[in-house]
Design a protein around this ligand. Sequence first.
Ligand SMILES: [Zn+2]
Length: 194
Amino acid sequence: MPNCEKCGFPLPEDAEYCPNCGAPVRRMHGSSRAALMSASRILQAGILGAFISVMISSLSPPGVQLYFIPSFVSSLLVMFLFRPRRFEDAIAISFTVYLFSDAILGGMIFGTLYIKGISLSEAYRGYMLTFLDVAAYVFNPVSALIAAYLGNKIALGMIGESGEYGGATEQYTPEEEPGGVIYSLKRHIHSHKV
Ligand SMILES: [Zn+2]
């Protein structure tokens, strides 16, 4: 049974405040639970990112090849929104974005050609692959990894690196301001510093 950090009073299982002194109870185990992203949430993030990526690709002017950039940008965007704390979750999100957006784009392009009755050779008539095409194709999965790494860094930067959300990394301190007392969120970032 946990004890109150302030007065040592034994705490009931679900106590949010100490019954003896009224101090708020910090829950360390809650942070590890929050750190895990469910598969459905990863899918949500991935599908949202894929649609954003397809939108960017569709809005780009004809003749302009963006390669991995739409998926890269939208991976970062959804990681900013969903904040995966674990690198594994970030990788799962970025790869979902890349795979789904390629699948959707492929479906759109093939579907359009099919409906209009245009053959593939006709659609790509005279198109010679450039070195950039090949290099971008090879770099594609690498850029997904980089997106996951950067997105994970962004997410951790916003919520505190250690993931101990319950107390150790953040504290609320009252601050005197001309308009009154405001409560500012102070982050202990010394754990990040090298
Ligand atoms: Zn207490």
